[in-house]
Design a binder for this molecule. Structure first.
Ligand SMILES: Cc1ncc(COP(=O)(O)O)c(C=O)c1O
Length: 365
């Protein structure tokens, strides 16, 4: 099938760019002496997680939620770190079941109650492996630095739990425009985490992992000697948010695109396309970019003013668009946009070569 025969709107993944991104990130991490732990929250696609693992130098993969981890496990993937704490008792029981199903399950904790409940899900033969989530000053999840040691000692007191290390993810820094500023802030926060990690390691010898970092801060974060692995997600697909900020290391071309069609164009310099808020997650500060032959068309502007089903394109009046014309867009934010679709069409040039299921779609529990 040709790309031009796909129904619209559809998400496509350029296989060559995607594979290049995997290799570039793998080699970047290798050169820095770090492992990768790619985050599946970005792509929600087991086939991509498998290819990331196959590309090599991976410690495992990350899942944001228990249901994502369960779906990855269903697809045969092991060594999954759940990067958000879990509070509901019925979910903690499911952690116990998942821990028996796969090898290498890990979960972050940030409260003594979770620790106590998780301890009931493990046994000394099959313990639950946990990491302490350290607040990166974002205040989303995580314990304060002063509380890490006492939580660590609590965990070490349960024979059915193993403390593997700490996680520190500074999500609020990833899209700071200036790389210099982003790197400065991230280095300060990740260094503070490293000091805590060193103290914890002295007290609790099972503690061997210091994980964190996203695509935006990874070039600075890999310079922290204690950091063992990086949880990068967006690099494999990329989006307008990330393309809009300065790179500090390798660049990752946007492998993910949306194809959309013009459905009406009865006013000069204005066309209505079939992708609105139900197809492209709204990120006002980074609107989708229109591309043709891998070039960003700076004089074509997308906005969401036509609502749920429709997008508005404005462009110089001397240019024309007609109903049926196709438009390729770099989406604003890849993670929540991918979550709006069931499948990714895999393209090589103009040919559709495969279709990968976005099986983790809707796994937000
Ligand atoms: C805990 C955690 N780790 C890693 C990532 C991946 O970050 P990025 O997509 O910026 O590479 C995210 C993304 O939100 C995250 O929440």
């Amino acid at each position: 099938m040709l790309k031009s025969e796909l129904d619209t709107p559809s998400l496509i993944l350029d296989l060559e760019l995607f594979e290049k991104n995997l290799i570039v990130m793998r080699d970047f991490a290798l050169a820095a002496g770090k492992k990768l732990r790619p985050h599946a929250k970005t792509h929600k696609c087991p086939e991509i997680a498998k290819r990331q693992l196959e590309a090599g130098n991976c410690q495992g993969v990350c899942a944001a939620k228990l249901s994502e981890a369960e779906c990855l496990a269903e697809a045969g993937i092991q060594n999954i770190l759940i990067t958000s704490p879990i509070a509901a008792p019925w979910k903690i029981k499911r952690i116990g079941a998942l821990n028996h199903k796969i090898s290498g399950l890990q979960i972050v904790v940030d409260h003594p109650d979770q620790v106590r409940q998780l301890a009931e899900q493990g046994t000394p033969e099959k313990p639950v492996h946990v990491l302490i989530d350290l607040d990166s000053e974002m205040h989303r999840t995580g314990v304060q630095p002063s509380e890490v040691l006492s939580l660590g000692k609590k965990i070490a007191g349960f024979p059915a739990l193993i403390l593997d290390g700490i996680q520190c993810y500074a999500g609020h820094l990833q899209h700071i425009y200036s790389y210099e500023e982003r790197a400065r802030e991230s280095t300060r926060i990740m260094r503070a985490g490293a000091e805590i990690f060193n103290q914890l390691k002295k007290e609790i010898p099972t503690c061997r992992i210091y994980t964190g970092a996203g695509t935006g801060t990874s070039p600075a974060d890999v310079l922290i000697p204690e950091l063992t692995d990086i949880q990068v997600g967006s690099y494999c697909m990329m989006d307008a948010e990330y393309l809009g900020v300065e790179h500090g290391g390798p660049s990752y071309p946007p492998a993910l695109r949306m194809i959309s069609s013009v459905i009406s164009a009865n006013h000069p310099g204005l066309a209505t396309i079939d992708a609105g808020t139900k197809s492209i997650y709204v990120t006002p500060e980074a609107p989708p970019m229109v591309v043709k032959d891998n070039e960003i068309l700076k004089d074509f502007v997308y906005d969401w003013n036509f609502g749920d089903e429709h997008g508005r394109l404005t462009y110089p009046e001397e240019k024309t668009m007609n109903p049926g014309d196709r438009v390729e867009l770099i989406v604003s934010h890849c993670d929540p946009t991918v979550n709006l679709f069931d499948e990714l069409w895999i393209v090589k040039g103009n040919t559709v070569v495969d279709c990968w299921k976005i099986s983790l779609r809707g796994c937000c529990r």
